[in-house]
Ligand binder design. Structure first.
Ligand SMILES: [Zn+2]
Ligand SMILES: [Zn+2]
Length: 305
């Protein structure tokens, strides 16, 4: 029985420009196909041969043989991508292996959780998008940016793309789905007072969300876990606030001025109550020890103690 292929074997297969060229050619050919409901059609040997710079068919045949099983699959109709092929070719085409372009810092409004400053500066710090506070010189928030993202958008449009991407991904995390690999996310709720979090930061509970498969980790205030749930998104949408288009550095004002709060209401197992306030309306969410809502209710401000 053949032993299982390692990651190193898999990458060794690509240490040849002709093979990378084949993967690109398959992607371009599929892109140029007329859209159909059945998805993309596999490519025949001769269709690939027409598109690559490989001197003869026996060489192409050899390289295709090497790629099949890892990056391509061969069916009766021709060649198509495997999951690994699909992932790697998009990564190559988007040039996400390059460093992100340098961008000038962008002035943006938000709230520094430490000092309350509202005029902030956003910029790229290698593969991270960072919002910094010019008053206390501390990072306000940061998130991964892709080189393709930094190339495609600039200024306000880049900020918008970052807000949307982070919001959508954090929403998936709340549903227990890893945005990177679609594996399972496990969530722990931690008490901020047990952690080395600065006392200036108005966060009582926060979550650590981890993917056991790819080891990607997310973290945020427990109030944000509650805010990126459908009932909260709808509650704010009805009041003219688009949570999914709001950056974390902008959400910080809700924590700073006490409109968003979280408290523990039970132990063993722990349970939490999060309140999200908007003018005289309040959305109350009851969360279990995995930060999943068990119940939500909309209440008028006057009934809130
Ligand atoms: Zn500050
Ligand atoms: Zn993952």
């Amino acid at each position: 029985m053949a032993s299982e292929q390692t990651a190193a074997d898999m990458f060794a297969l690509l240490s040849d420009e002709s093979r990378v060229g084949i993967l690109r050619a398959v992607a371009v050919a599929q892109y140029e196909q007329a859209p159909s409901n059945a998805g993309v059609a596999p490519l025949s040997f001769s269709e690939i041969y027409e598109r690559v710079e490989i001197e003869n068919t026996s060489k192409l045949s050899y390289h295709l043989g090497e790629l099949v099983g890892t990056y391509l699959q061969k069916t009766g109709d021709g060649y198509a991508f495997t999951h690994a092929g699909e992932q790697i070719v998009r990564f190559i085409l988007a040039k996400n292996f390059r460093r992100p372009v340098d961008i000038d810092s962008i002035e943006t409004e938000g709230t520094c959780l430490y000092c309350g400053e509202t005029r902030l500066e956003a910029g790229l710090d290698d593969q991270y998008f960072m919002v910094r506070c010019p008053s206390c010189d501390r990072p306000v928030t940061g998130y991964i940016v892709t080189p393709a993202q930094a190339r495609a958008h600039s200024g306000a449009a880049l900020l918008e793309s970052l807000k949307r991407k982070q919001a959508t991904e954090f929403g998936l995390v709340q549903d227990g789905i890893c945005p990177e690999c679609a594996g399972e996310i496990r969530t722990d709720v931690l008490d901020a007072s047990d952690q080395s979090l600065s006392a200036e930061v108005p966060v009582s509970y926060f979550t650590i969300d981890e993917c056991e498969a790819c080891l990607r980790r997310y973290s945020g205030p427990l109030t944000y876990s509650a805010a990126f749930r459908t009932p909260s998104i709808a509650f704010y949408w009805d009041r003219g606030v688009d949570i999914m288009g709001t950056g974390w550095w902008e959400l910080h004002s809700y924590l700073r001025d006490g409109r968003w709060t979280a408290e523990r209401i039970a132990t063993n197992p722990a349970a939490y109550r999060v309140e999200l306030r908007h003018e005289d309306a309040v959305l109350r969410l009851y969360l279990d020890d995995d930060a999943r809502p068990t119940r939500t209710e909309r209440v008028r401000g006057r009934n809130v103690d």
